[in-house]
Design a protein around this ligand. Sequence first.
Ligand SMILES: [Ca+2]
Length: 138
Amino acid sequence: MSRLFTNDSRRVEIKAVRSGAAYVAEIQPYVAITAVERSRLRKVAIAHDGNASGSSTLSTLAIYNHSASQWENHSTSQWETLDGPGRGVTGDRRFDWSNDVSPTDYVSATGEVRLSVKATATSSIRTRTDFVRFVVDY
Ligand SMILES: [Ca+2]
């Protein structure tokens, strides 16, 4: 997966698998931080550059949010959409996101920060991810 480290048109391509009537291609790049880093965390930032084949493909970037409800005694952990769905993004599109308000929401108990790069279409397509960067400030 070192192809993802630099924005150089060397890509990781994921071919869609059929899911009912749809075709879905997904890659979940992630990093793990230490307990000390997590306890001191001030900011999480993500940069992504990539595209997917297919003029009507829907592309979405999401991050896993591990925050628990303060009012109910159960977890509300879920994917949180950061970008998209964008339709027919067949050329590279840069996207940057950061959170310095509640950054630990995006870190699991074991220190994992996980991104989802997902494309959905009605025919076989591929995600074509050039670059993913995670930055954690602590
Ligand atoms: Ca690359």
